[in-house]
Every structure is written in C-alpha cells, then in structure tokens.
Write a protein that binds this ligand. Structure first.
Ligand code: R5P
Length: 285
C-alpha cells in the first residue's frame, strides 16, 4: 500500500508507512499568493492501492484532502483510502437550531464520493471505536483513548481521571480501567464556541494526581475550567490529555493551568507525545 501524506499529517503518514514497512509517496503541495492550493502527486500511483493521510482542523487542510483524493482517481489509483485522523466539521452532525447546515454530513459526503473507504480517529460525534453508518456513509472510527491512558499509566502516584463533560464520560471510564484508578465527570454547558461554563461539584480529588481527558482540546477553556475546579479542591497535580490537540488559542494558558498537556499526533504539534500510527497501520494492513 502506498501512503500519501498531505501537509497536516505528513509526519504521521511517515510513521504509518514505517509501521507497514512500505513507502511514502512524494506529494508536492504549495499555496498560490491568493491562498489557492496546488497539489501534485509525483510518485507513480497507477494501479496502486493508496491511503491519503490528512487531518482537517482547518479549511485549507480539507481542500488539500479533496484535491488529493480526486487526483488519485484521475491518476488511476486502484483503491483509495481516506485516512482522516482528525475529521473537522464534526461538531455539527445534527441541527441544534432550525436552518443549520449539517456540516459533518456534507464534508463526509464529499470525502466518501472521492474514496473507497474512510478511516478516522475519535470522530467527535461517535463515542466508541468500530464501523458506523452515518447518513448512508460508511466510516471506521478508531478509539485512541487507550493510547493516552497508557501514556499516563504508572506515571503518577495517585491517579484520578476526570471527564470534563458528559460527552467524554464513557471513554474516560474505559481509560480509568486501563490506568487502574477512580474517575468522575463534570457537567459543562457551552455558551459559545469560545465560552464554556462548568458546574462546580465535589469530587474527592484532594491529594490526587488528577488527569483530565477529553477527545479534543480546541480553545482549551473546557480543560482550564476543570483544572481550576480540581486545584481548588486540593488536587496534588493536574495533567490534561486528549486525542486531538487543536489548541486554537495556543498552549500557553493551558500550560499555566495544567502541569502537563499531552495529545496524540492526529494533529501534529508540540504536545503530540503519543502516536496513533500503530492503530491506523493495523487497520490499513
Ligand atoms: C466537546 O464536546 C469536546 O469533547 C471538547 O470538550 C471540546 O471540543 C473542547 O473545546 P474547548 O477546548 O474549546 O473548550
């Protein structure tokens, strides 16, 4: 299998291909001065099974993915797998208010029309790993929470896991089984994209090494609120772990709130200390 990495996931593509013992195809991606994206696949892909690895935390990344998938079909690839470790636009899988775009459906429809299979990691609206049918689109979702849980296992003296909202409770519960510790969850209300309100609650974290786990950190405000609460309740240390480290406001404020911030390489950055390459390679291999 030939692995192709677009800009956002080129390092992860390299790791996946290493795991598979295969080669990485040469892809050239540039931007024109007006922002338009240019893609060229240099390697010969004709008649080959190809996997395009590209997370889409921003619009440009999504356009790169779309152009590359369609290009592979034009160039005669025999089978095309869309590997989208962080699938953007998945906040809006349903209409919360009349008239809203179903962004997740639209984006997945485009990717599906250009590929033979879709593989993603901790897709925001799915709370488990496995195969799913979403509006007639088949996608495979990998759960990388166990990788994050294993990173923290044995790292601190008195671990205590916290889910910062109901959405991550089930995955945090499984992670607590791996770390071998207690867990609890908080209740969060989203006021806007930037602002969240977390309900204060007694959690019995005094003297504990609290690890707050979430599927994604975007602005960081969900984690910052939870970290503040557990510190006020006497936590000995506070760490934050997530699968997708988007960090749209940077890492600075988060680092002030938590002793350690760790994410996977679904979105590559300074805090990416856990790789999902093995998990993806296993599905592709
Ligand atoms: C939301 O339901 C997700 O699980 C995360 O909690 C959310 O994406 C985090 O966003 P932020 O870092 O902006 O608070």
């Amino acid at each position: 299998m030939l692995i192709l990495g677009c800009s956002n996931s080129s390092e992860l593509a390299g790791r996946i291909s290493q795991e598979l013992g295969g080669e990485v195809a040469e892809v050239e991606i540039k931007r024109f001065p007006d922002g338009e994206i240019y893609v060229r696949v240099v390697s010969d892909v004709k008649g080959k099974e190809c996997a395009v690895v590209q997370s889409t935390p921003d619009n440009g990344s999504l356009v790169e993915l779309i152009l590359t998938l369609d290009l592979l079909r034009d160039l005669g690839a025999s089978r095309i797998h869309a590997v989208v470790p962080y699938l953007g636009y998945c906040r809006q899988e349903k209409r919360f208010q009349d008239g809203e775009a179903l962004s997740a459906k639209t984006v997945l429809k485009i990717i599906d029309s250009l590929s033979d299979s879709i593989l993603t990691v901790n897709c925001h609206f799915l709370d488990a790993g496995g195969e799913f049918d979403f509006n007639g689109i088949k996608l495979k979702n990998i759960d990388a929470f166990p990788e994050i849980a294993n990173y923290f296992k044995g790292k601190v003296e008195s671990p205590f896991l916290i889910a910062p909202d109901e959405g991550s409770l089930e995955l945090v519960k499984n992670s607590a089984g791996i770390v071998g510790c207690e867990f609890d969850s908080l209740e969060k209300e989203r006021i806007s994209g930037e602002e969240v309100k977390t309900e204060a609650k007694e959690m019995g974290v005094e003297g504990k090494d609290v690890i707050i786990l979430d599927d994604a950190i975007s602005t960081g405000n969900t984690i910052i609120n939870a970290a503040k609460l557990v510190r006020e309740q006497g936590a000995k240390s506070v760490s934050a772990g997530c699968v997708h480290g988007i960090f749209s406001n940077g890492l600075e404020k988060l680092k002030a709130a938590a002793d350690e911030v760790v994410c996977t390489d679904t979105v590559q950055g300074d805090a990416s200390r856990v790789s999902v390459a093995k998990l993806i390679a296993k599905e592709l291999g």
